[in-house]
Design a binder for this molecule. Structure first.
Ligand code: SF4
Length: 325
């Protein structure tokens, strides 16, 4: 891996065109940008950040390396940047600055958030939209506000559907990213009810995702919770719902596969509602496909959340560029 990392950092950031090294055949779908610190106003028992650790966060973002990450992603044909966090990104004072810096490179800029407090921030949301933000991805576990809060342990009440309305009023599209756990969306009926709520509220995209944990967790308690609350039958659930022969589930209902994404997730049209399934069955093992590049505020750029060694660029303030190994 060391050799690969060396060649990637030096090749990519010395101004050589990616095509010369076959980068155009390398599929990268997204640049993920970690914004903010570990601070969060929820306390999800399945929090991936707790399991992968807090490496890479820093109070002052390394803007120099962000610009390099943007240029590289742009050369690889990446059209979407996702502002996310190890904690809750909207608690950071840098959100707008990130959007402004990403805008020249990416037609689509998305923000992943638990949504707490956003329903009172109409002006700020309009400002972010004006600066270039196109979509807000709300993390949920249930369509019922109380059940959702009970699972995600929000510090203050959070109304999913009011927040969706406010985001729409600010001119932003909305994706609901629902993590499937026992006690949350865990049955055919609850998936149908969630889909119907999304359709009523005009949610543009709904993603259903199996709760996940890395191979080695830094937090035993969180890993145990995930093991206990993982749905054993999630793949059967998806098969049952989305195989065409089961379209009798709702009378006259029609589910059509419309897109397979590079990393294996499948997008369906369910009576006009866009719904994406992303689970262990749909992940690719093709080593030529990097799902995402990840920028960390300390300046590291990685291609995996799980492995600290999966680095493309290291921070090196003394020479202000890629590290020379
Ligand atoms: S909202 Fe996100 S960062 Fe916060 S506890 Fe939940 S999973 Fe972790």
């Amino acid at each position: 891996m060391e050799d690969i990392n060396f060649s990637w950092s030096t090749i990519c950031f010395a101004g050589i065109e990616p095509d010369e090294y076959g980068w155009n055949s390398m599929k990268i779908s997204t640049l993920s940008v970690v914004c903010g610190t570990a601070a969060c106003n929820a306390n999800c028992p399945y929090c991936v950040s707790k399991m992968t650790g807090m490496d890479g966060i820093a109070p002052d973002p390394n803007w120099w390396n962000l610009e390099k990450a943007c240029r590289f992603a742009d050369k690889c044909g990446v059209s979407t940047a996702l502002i996310t966090g190890k904690g809750e990104p909207t608690l950071s004072k840098h959100v707008e600055e990130y959007i402004v810096k990403l805008r020249p490179y990416f037609p689509f800029i998305e923000l992943q958030t638990n949504g707490i407090g956003l329903s009172n921030k109409e002006d700020q949301l309009s400002g972010w939209q004006y600066s270039g933000l196109s979509l807000v991805c709300l993390s949920i576990t249930h369509y019922d506000n109380e059940v959702n809060r009970e699972i995600m342990k929000h510090s203050t009440p959070f109304d999913i559907w009011k927040t969706v309305d406010v985001l729409h009023e600010a001119g932003l599209s909305v994706r609901l990213n629902c993590t499937l756990v026992k006690g949350g969306i865990d049955s055919v009926e609850s998936v149908i009810a969630l889909k119907n709520k999304c359709a009523e509220s005009g949610v543009e995209q709904l993603t259903l995702r199996d709760v996940a944990m890395p191979d080695a967790s830094e937090n035993e308690k969180t890993a145990e919770w995930v093991q206990e609350h993982k749905l054993d039958f999630v793949n059967q659930l998806f098969s049952f719902l989305f195989k065409p022969r089961h379209n009798f589930l709702e009378k006259g209902s029609r589910i059509t596969e419309i897109l397979r994404l590079e990393h294996g997730a499948i997008v369906y049209d369910w009576d006009g509602q866009n719904i994406c399934l992303s689970n262990c069955l749909t992940e690719t093992t093709n080593s030529e496909q990097i799902r995402q590049l990840i920028y960390f505020p300390d300046g590291h750029i990685r291609y995996s959340w799980k492995y600290k060694g999966a680095v493309i660029l290291w921070p090196c303030s003394s020479i202000g560029g890629a590290a020379i190994l």
